[in-house]
Design a protein around this ligand. Sequence first.
Ligand code: PLP
Length: 406
Amino acid sequence: RNSMKSYKEDFPLLRNSSIAYLDNAATAQRPEAVLKAEREFYEKYNANPLRGLYQLGMDATDCYEKARETVRDFLHAKKSSEIIFTRNTTESINLVAYSYALNNLKEGDELLVGIDSHHSNLLPWQMAARVTGAKLVFLDCEMDGSYTKEAIEKVITGRTKFAAITHVSNVIGRVNPVEDIIRLVHKNGGVVLVDAAQSAPHLPIDVCAMDVDFLAFSGHKLMAPMGIGVLYGKEKLLDEMPPFLTGGEMIESVTRESAVFAELPHKFEAGTVNGAGAWALKAAIEYINSLGFATLQERELALTTQAMEELKKIPYVNIIGSQDPKEHNGIVNFTVEGVHPHDIASILDGAGVDVRAGHHCAQPLLKHLGVFVTTRASIAFYNDEEDIHRFTEAVKGIRRMMGYAE
Ligand code: PLP
């Protein structure tokens, strides 16, 4: 591909519209290949996966299990039985909170949560702490969003039985030192879950090299349809956990009073599964693989650099987190002094630029940073310089539009 613009051609919504879509961290756009795969499942393979013993039913099962294998390869997991399909990151994290934490934590234990957690990686742990009597402990970040070695070493102790850590925060965008945290928690006998909702779309993940116990991400942030998500778990831990949801298709046998649960991964996939979603997630991963993360990262960095350099020139604009574009993974969160983010977002909307405004489902982090509400532009590789230019030009005019002299 020669032209920077050409990636948009792969995305029907972007191809047919003039908006500058800069809310990719909320949900990505879908390329043609993904839309085609979802339709292909219903047109060619549609039957209830994991049930039908007729050819079409076996084809549907085959699609679903091939998708699982693609995800296994994407995460570099050892076995596809360690890949559980869920609806999204939130459900994956709740599965671990209910099935692992409630059965393994007790009073006196500590449950460590990063202050940069999305509410989806905080509320399930608040619940687990409340139910088990374990203490919720926070790993606090610096004002630029980074976790220092000292902070990590101070907070992880022999009492840390579980840690829920964010790989890349949806507010800050920086890659957290998850390997260091995992190593230290393991040394102390604890277990770690990594929320990879914002990292999976931007960087290669190797669960074995990370030695992570659980890892969650959502398909929709990775250009797959909404309603398909993933939980990776180490086989030994998943094997020991009771099912999260119970019902059809997660059993070996059922009597009037009891049931024998199915083997992994089906033990955790109760009810009719999202066959088309899984098939389309496979297509999304194949699309990413065909481009390569290096290409994605190079383009995202160029666009993020353009955005940050322009924003830095505008008086009264402050960028949250690191001032180095390399530490943002496309996430540029900012404030404009004296202007509420909801006003910023509507002014930008008027200029054809879609951004997110508010607390970004991370209220404790924003309180810690002392900003409360911000505006977030989140950039994907399929954005182009024109999108970024329109965005920064529109930001330049915001204070004047709100009645300020400059
Ligand atoms: N974790 C992080 C870091 C996120 O950014 C998000 C979504 O914005 C989530 C979790 C929740 O993802 P989902 O709504 O797909 O469950």
